[in-house]
Write a protein that binds this ligand. Sequence first.
Ligand code: PLP
Length: 400
Amino acid sequence: MTDRDSSDVLAGARIETLAVRAGISRSPEGEHSEPIYTTSSYIFNSAAEAAARFAGEQPGNVYSRYTNPTVRGFEERMAALEGGEAAVAAASGMAAILATAMALLSAGDHVICSRDVFGTTTNLFGKYLTRFGVQVDFVPLLDADAWRAAVKPNTAMLFLETPSNPLNEVADIAAFAALAKDAGALLVVDNTFCTPALQRPLDFGADIVLHSGTKFLDGQGRCMGGVVVGSREHMAEVMTFLRTCGPSLSPFNAWVLFKGLETLGLRMEAHCRSTLALARWLQAQPEVQRVFYAGLEDHPGHTLAARQQSAFGGVLAFEVGRGREGAWRCIDGTRILSLTANLGDAKSTIVHPATTTHGRLTPEQRAEAGISDGLIRVAVGLEHVDDLKADLRRGLDALA
Ligand SMILES: *Cc1c(COP(=O)(O)O)cnc(C)c1O
């Protein structure tokens, strides 16, 4: 560590600078780039030092299930980017959500979770946490009355994603923070879609922000990872869960994510620019009935998104005619876009939500959530936007 890397120097630095500089602690070798520490354990200089490390009386590494210098670097960079006191990395986005829930909830607690969250998050809360005595209610993201009505004396956590997947519904984080405060509950925001380059939920009063690092933080579809950011006190609890239960982030994946953050700002700018251009272009195509992207002025979430986010993100959805058959024809007619449910990759992806990401819902639940059979989701990557337009044109031509 030199004074060039110290956190004092970076106090007040902007996101772009933090993404490249925060969290670096150089070894005596003086390497410039962030190294990978592929070690499971650490040696001590004496039995007394081992005892002091185990007792937590002396800082330092013991075992990579708890701490690893590469993982710590990624955590420190994420804490800096989100404007939180501390961060804890986990093996995947789901591990980050599980660790947050297990660390901060107990049997008898009540959770209100947005209906419009990642499908596996719904299962984690609805299928597993309920088995351990946590009560869970699911409420449509934008139904403020329903959220207020769902609050109970034992409500301990509100959980949401904004913007929602795939319709780009935008929730007012500050309003949710006020509701959580009144309820004596924690507000947890899954910020996977925006990343701190576009939105910082802690600035609007959220208590905890978490990510699937697998998506935009890595940005190139190379590894799984997750991270939770919040107060030192909350993160100590999350860390204790990981240390005890084991879904820690591997040093190699931490390194991929750590280096991925260096280009986060530039990548997000490019994702957002192409997505907006594609959304406008799709609106003008005769086969397209409706486009869902908060960057479009006629989207109901546009004004709020413009206030809360610095740009509108890399995911859009659009509807074509003839329901499932039309959507499948359009998807199968494309040649460049990858047919996969992943997102946040340099490669653009296209998927049919009604039969994949939202396929477990009943037709009534899908209708309520606005997921029509003709809906197609595109997560826009870093290819040239004109090539993406040409590819989607091929897809739309297949509807004829
Ligand atoms: C992918 C995703 C998750 C789960 O993350 P994994 O890394 O796949 O475990 C959670 N939330 C959102 C919004 C996601 O897109």
